[in-house]
Design a protein around this ligand. Structure first.
Ligand SMILES: [Zn+2]
Length: 148
């Protein structure tokens, strides 16, 4: 009697465990499917946007002589970057949200596709120009006696 009741408990415990595992698998699978769906949408939107703003309407970096076509390293660049990156992300969000906003606006001018290296290169050139401008300004101020 004692033995049979114990085995029945074990059985129901196993059933519950199995049921829980099945539920867990179901939720995991569902979550993965949902993530995959979102990921596919994100990639499609990114591809579409970066293709539009790419070199010659192709998914490619716009920097002269650059042939980078890897979606993972391509990014959208604000052509006349006047510190607008922060403002832009505040207004329209970033990533998928921003790509969607651009598409809703029928892809306005002022953006280009750049690879990560050339995004960085652009930033370096900008800082170098700013430093040169500062040196020129200092030289100019030194030339004016009352400024010293
Ligand atoms: Zn590039």
């Amino acid at each position: 009697m004692g033995l049979s009741s114990k085995s029945s408990d074990t059985h129901s415990y196993r059933t519950t465990l199995k049921h829980r595992q099945r539920q867990k698998r179901y939720y995991q699978a569902n979550r993965e499917a949902e993530t995959t769906k979102q990921e596919r949408y994100r990639l499609r939107l990114k591809t579409e946007t970066l293709t539009y703003y790419g070199k010659g309407g192709k998914l490619q970096c716009c920097w002269p002589g650059c042939n980078e076509v890897d979606l993972d390293v391509l990014t959208l660049d604000h052509v006349n970057d006047d510190g607008g990156r922060g403002r832009r992300s505040r207004e329209h969000g970033s990533g998928t949200k921003f790509y969607r906003w651009l598409r809703d606006q029928n892809y306005p001018d002022g953006f280009q596709t750049l690879c990560g290296s050339h995004q960085l290169k652009k930033e370096i050139l900008k800082q170098r120009r700013a430093a040169q401008g500062f040196r020129l300004l200092m030289a100019h101020l030194k030339a004016i006696p009352e400024c010293l």
